[in-house]
Structures are given as C-alpha cells and as structure tokens.
Design a protein around this ligand. Sequence first.
Ligand SMILES: *Cc1c(COP(=O)(O)O)cnc(C)c1O
Length: 338
Amino acid sequence: MAYITLDKNHFFNNLDIITKLTKTKDKIALVLKDNAYGHGLLEIAGLAKEYGITKAVVRSNEEAKQIEDFFEYILVLADTATQASEKIRYTINDIYQIQKFVKGTKVELKVDTGMCRNGIMMSELEEAFTLCKKQGLELEALFTHHSSADEENKYFDVQNENFKKVKQEAKVLAKQYGFAPLRFHSANSAALFRSADFDEDMARVGIAAYGCLELSGSLHVTQLCPVLAVYAEKLSTRILQKGDCVGYGAAYETELTCKVSNYDFGYGDGFLRSCSHHYKTPEGIQIAGRISMDNSSFLSDKEKLLIFDDARVAAKFAGTISYEVLVALKAYLPRLKS
Ligand SMILES: *Cc1c(COP(=O)(O)O)cnc(C)c1O
C-alpha cells in the first residue's frame, strides 16, 4: 500500500525555528485540525508532546477527545461543548452561539476584525460579554484570524489595528464583568513569521510546523523542512512500444519503447487528479497520463516510488496550495515515523 513517512528531525527543526519567534514553547498552539494537515492526528500529537508542546488547536470535539492526554490546553475551533471540560476550550464563532454552551464551559471569543467570516462583529463585543456572563461561561481569551497574513495587501495591517482596539476595549470589559484577565492571540504561521517582535499570549501554528509555509522573502521560511513524504508501491510493469497509449482516455502516448509501471496511489488516496499528464516526482520521473482512483502510472520500474516530499512543489503541479495537497491524504494510509 502507498504510505506516508514523517520526518521527526524536520518536525523538531521547524518547532525550534518557531520557538525562536514565540520565545517559549508554551506559546505555541499547534494546529492539528484535519488529521494534523494529513500527517496523522495521533502521530503528530505524540511527536509534539515529546518535543514539549503543551497546547493544541483542533476543529471538533471528537478530535479534542482523541488527543486529550497529550496536551494541557486544547482549543476547539468549530464545535459546541456537550459538557464543561478542564482542558478543552470552545470558540464562540457567532453571537447566537453563546446560548448553546452549558454553564462553566471555558470559551474563547473569536472577533471578526475584517476577514468577514467567523467571529462576533466588533460592534457586538459588549453584548458578547453580557451573554457570556448570563450563561455562566468562563471567558478566557479573545482572538482573531487574518485573511491575508501570507499575502501583500492592506488587510494584514488593517486587521492588526482593529485587533489592537478590540484588545483595549476587552480589557476594560473583562474587569467590568468580573472575568479573569484575558489572553489574546491572532497569529497563524504567516503572521508569526511576519511579526518583528511577537508579544501575544499564543500563536496558532499549523503549516509552518509541517514545513510548508510559503512567504516571499522571509529568511526563516527557507529553513523550514517539510515533514511528510508520500511513497507508492509498484503493482505492475510493462514494456511499451512507440505509439502505445496508457490509462483512461489513452491519454499518454509513448514516443519511444519504454518501461511504464503502475503504482498504488490514486485520487481516491489523495493524489490530486489535476496532477495528471504533467506531474514529475522529486526524482524527475514523469507521470503517464491520467491519475486513476487507486493508482497512477509512471515512466519507471522502481519497486517503491517517492511521489512527493514537499507539498509546496506538488501543489504547483496541481495549481493549488500545499494545505490542500496535505489534507487530501486519506487517514487510512499508514504513517511511519522516521
Ligand atoms: C487553520 C487555522 C490556523 C493555522 O493556520 P496556518 O496558516 O496553518 O498556520 C490558525 N488559526 C485558525 C483559526 C485556523 O483556522
């Protein structure tokens, strides 16, 4: 079966670089949503704990429960608590969601500072405090998310300015409503790597930890190493004559006599079908025609074929971003630590 390898040294190297920016491991909240960006939830949780990471961010309650023993703090981004938990914090994504949490739930208030996606509106801040108090929730933190931390437009600065205002207002409100001092966080990977002097309480880091952050002209980014590689195993080989056509739609026609093998990694496993026709492996081996559901053909007769070891490069072939290449990888593929 096709399989994934996880390079622990690369992962720890990336965490070293991130720690230099946050100044302490305790301020890193490792984002483990979507099966840890396809790397494997439990595999990455285990490595993170070994490194000394104490905080994690996930999407659902279900994911949070699976990794409860690995971390001291878990932030759930998009789910509602069924019961209050010591370790798990829940995101308030909308003012109407507040009434759905049970008394005593630890919550973090997401504020929309300009992405126009999730979070309460800035104008709803006081109302949110009133509702949290009324509902008996433990409001611990305020956070926001950037639309353009990895792009050059005005929104990164606009959102930072807005968040500054929100922080000031929230500090006053927290006192007024009798909440403990709040924590504040806004940085994802790109925002952390862009900030000259990070001084928030936590950074929510995903793609940088997996070594696939892309930013123009940042020194640190070039030292990040991709953690994941995908290998496929050979199912069959044949020698083809000039003019033979390979796979669905007879889409690849051989120009010379050549060896073509079929490998067990297809779009059903997470090989984006848009890589068909033009994909080349890191070793320069050419794909032959269309990617099938469970397999793909290459001009090779290797037993094991490295499909990719840098999702950023694979993403270029697919016309997408590394995030999509990574999360497409199905959970059933074995993840082997190296
Ligand atoms: C996914 C996510 C992150 C992590 O983003 P990266 O670009 O992978 O670092 C941070 N915060 C929130 C709210 C997210 O949804």
